[in-house]
Design a protein around this ligand. Structure first.
Ligand SMILES: Nc1ncnc2c1ncn2[C@@H]1O[C@H](COP(=O)(O)OP(=O)(O)OP(=O)(O)O)[C@@H](O)[C@H]1O
Ligand SMILES: [Zn+2]
Length: 721
């Protein structure tokens, strides 16, 4: 090749052609340095025929500057990038960037200087230095990272280096990971687990595309079961990717992984330090990283010899990315397995309707684990009709639920109360003038957080100190908290059961792996009697002494009334119910609701999963909703209200007339303002036969906008705000 076509990592540019200088050899997929004006941009050598561009005459071509010292992106990964860009109506560059997600890794082998405490003391101790030294105990990182950890300036740390309190350590950026041992621990599987595991392992040995839906009730041991095909892949020298929905869950997973395989897996998520990132990236690309556990962004890593993907808690909506490229990692993972030819396991106790439908139509093979491991029984579920069993005035828990907790306290067992609302109260208003505290950037109320004495917006992060007087009328002591959040429920438990030790478990309190580990240890050591938590505690956790689960407000999730509200409520409540009675003691679940007759709630109470799924399936079929029809939303936004409205109107006016495709809107989005941007929304609902993406690309490609306008396309949306 003396001339190549490159995909450059700049969404505004099309593909560019370059000359290959004398003496340089390039392959397809090679990551190269492309001159662009005075700059150099990262490019990937691509099949010219798959990337239509303008044919610049040879004499006008500029030469490539060089090659990055990393393996070329393999062809199946290039196909995955193309598929993702095409399906989610995104630019190839923005998808490709997710594969090259470590700038440091491109630079090749390197070492860096990190610093750690020596145990020495500075000549002069200041409060700042003392605080820094305490925070850095056991840490080793670059000065900049340490400054972030300690919350001090880099200058303070440089001072400590000069005084010999911190010492430099040269670290090889690519030092190898310890080897995982497939047979480190032998686990005795139950008969049903063994049968499932053998099905998966056989597929790993086959090295062919095989999508599985591992449908196992809560506590059935899905993790232990899919560890067997992981081990099989390791024995064959192939790599494995395990996707988890939330980093807060990984702590528990890492522990179990280490017990089974003797080492920790390689971690990948957005808060890795840049050095950890490049080390992981390079080990993935070289094939040395055996098992990678990560958030959805791990999906695009350039594995050298991937042999299995597991998507755990596959129904979780956090696999859907809600900005940038709006992809669903669960679905893209299946495509990756397809392009590269290996099995994929989607594991869940409450599969998405889409996944069940795929199983029903024979595309996925369904593997069931119908009972809990070790003879544990599924919990008894009952509803509390709040219109009849009213909580005392100003309180939120019915007496029967409080009595249930009191019983557990007496027996030394634990309870979990679930309410998917962080903070103390979702709305603060003035008793005097009726003023409601609203976010200045979003169409949302500010949520009171009593622990931190602040009002916060959960959408944009805006925060203000809790006011002493109303900001509108100036009246002091007139603000009332409306409705409960988890903090308020925790207060109520403390008031009604003063002897209970209560812990609030949310992303505010479990915001680091360390905190999550402390929490698990405290529950296991029985230092906590009552956990009050958000969706964060609904899944993954295994606490044998937890025998009562209370759902504080099962109706909350149904209020939005969007397409997925029923399914989401079912999944959340079924998952949190699944935390009860996982050990030898039986579990009980009490669901507080004002609508015990609603089909979701009734199905949950009856433990009748099939009833829920068949009602939901019929509803979706009637509505032409996924998986029977397709949805896409188009969000038009701008910091200027009239500009957003105008742009949305122009898009609406040019809507194409396509058979079997309905286009609704534009209308102000339910969140009409978000992070300071005004938003309008159009919704498309089409039959499956419609080439929805082509329609969208064609349509939006013809409309121009002022630079301040953003048009985001969301195919198979999960968020309807
Ligand atoms: N074969 C086994 N041998 C020993 N312990 C097992 C076995 N299978 C499962 N367990 C234990 O049973 C408990 C439940 O298993 P696990 O957490 O994998 O269930 P799960 O199906 O993922 O549940 P959930 O969907 O509720 O998270 C865990 O403590 C696990 O270690
Ligand atoms: Zn906000």
């Amino acid at each position: 090749m003396n001339r190549v076509r490159c995909l450059v990592l700049n969404a505004a540019l099309g593909p560019l052609d370059y000359k290959v200088p004398e003496g340089m050899t390039v392959e397809l997929g090679q990551v190269v340095e492309c001159p662009l004006g005075p700059r150099t941009v990262v490019g990937i050598v691509w099949e010219a025929e798959r990337l239509p561009g303008t044919d610049v005459p040879a004499e006008k071509l500029r030469g490539l500057r060089g090659l990055y010292p990393i393996p070329p992106l393999p062809a199946p990964l290039r196909r995955l990038i193309e598929w993702t860009a095409d399906y989610y109506v995104a630019s190839l560059a923005s998808v490709a960037r997710m594969a090259l997600s470590s700038g440091g890794a491109l630079k090749g082998p390197a070492s860096i200087t990190e610093y750690r405490l020596t145990g020495g003391m500075p000549e002069r101790m200041t409060p700042q230095r003392l605080a820094a030294m305490e925070a850095l105990e056991g840490e080793q990182a670059t000065i900049r990272e340490l400054a972030g950890i300690a919350g001090v300036s880099e200058g303070v740390l440089r001072g400590l280096v000069n005084q010999g309190v911190l010492e430099p350590v040269e670290v090889d950026c690519d030092r190898p990971y310890e080897e995982a041992r497939p047979d480190f621990a032998q686990i005795e599987l139950s008969d049903q687990q063994r049968e499932a595991a053998e099905t998966f392992s056989a597929a790993v040995r086959e090295k062919k595309f095989a999508p599985f839906l591992l449908d196992g009730v809560t506590g059935s041991g899905k993790t232990e079961t899919y560890f067997e095909p992981v081990a099989e892949a390791l024995r064959m020298g192939r790599q494995v990717l395990v996707l988890l929905p939330e980093i807060a869950l990984t702590e528990n997973f890492l522990h179990r992984f280490e017990e089974r395989f003797g080492v920790l897996p390689v971690l990948w998520h957005s808060s890795l330090k840049s050095t950890e990132r490049r080390r992981a990236w390079r080990a993935v690309a070289s094939g040395d990283a055996q098992v990678v556990v990560g958030a959805r962004s791990a999906l695009f890593l350039p594995f050298a010899k991937l042999g299995l993907i597991v998507v755990d808690e596959a129904h979780e909506t956090s696999f859907k990315q809600e900005d940038g490229v709006r992809y669903n990692a669960r679905d893209v993972a299946v495509m990756r397995a397809h392009f590269e030819g290996f099995p994929i396991i989607l594991a869940s106790a409450t599969p998405a309707l889409e996944s069940l439908q795929m199983a029903e139509s024979g595309i996925y093979e369904k593997v069931d684990l119908p009972s809990r491991f070790g003879g544990a029984q599924l919990p008894d579920i009952d509803t509390i009709d709040l219109t009849e069993e009213k909580p005392p005035h100003g309180m939120w828990l019915a007496q029967r639920l409080v009595d249930g907790i009191a019983e557990r306290l007496e027996r030394g067992e634990q309870s979990l109360l679930f309410l998917n609302r962080r903070g103390y109260a979702p709305l603060t208003l003035c008793r005097n003038c009726g003023f409601r505290y609203q976010c200045p950037n979003c169409s949302a109320w500010l949520v009171e957080h009593r622990f931190t004495r602040r009002l916060a917006c959960h959408h944009c992060g805006h925060e203000a100190p809790s006011p002493a007087a109303c900001q509108e009328c100036g009246e002091p002591d007139c603000l009332v908290a409306c409705g409960p959040g988890v903090e308020r429920i925790a207060d109520e438990v403390a008031e009604r059961l003063p002897e209970a030790r209560v812990f609030v478990a949310t992303s505010d309190t479990l915001n680091s792996p360390g905190r999550a580990a402390e929490f698990i240890a405290a529950v296991e050591a029985k230092e906590i009697d009552v956990i009050v938590g958000t969706q964060l505690v609904t899944k993954g956790f295994h606490f044998p002494e937890l025998t009562l689960v209370g759902v504080v407000d099962a109706d909350l999730g149904l209020e939005g009334g969007d397409l997925r509200a029923g399914e989401r409520t079912y999944q959340q409540v079924a998952q949190v119910a699944g935390r009860a009675g996982r050990g030898s003691k039986p579990g009980e679940v009490l669901i507080q609701t004002r609508h015990p007759e609603a089909s979701v709630i009734a199905a949950l109470a009856a433990g009748d999963r099939d009833a829920f799924y068949s009602a939901e399936t019929e509803m979706r079929r009637d509505a032409g909703a996924p998986p029977f029809g397709r949805w896409a939303s188009i969000i038009v936004s701008s910091e200027d209200e009239s500009e957003a409205r105008e742009a949305a109107r122009r898009i609406g006016d040019t809507r194409p007339d396509v058979p079997d495709c309905m286009i609704l809107g534009p209308a102000p989005a339910p969140m009409a303002q978000l992070r300071g941007r005004y938003r309008y929304r159009l919704l498309m609902n089409a039959r499956r036969s419609v080439q929805l993406q082509d329609v969208i690309r064609h349509w939006l490609g013809r409309v121009d906008h002022p630079p301040g306008v953003r048009v985001a396309v969301d195919v198979d949306p999960y968020s309807f705000v």
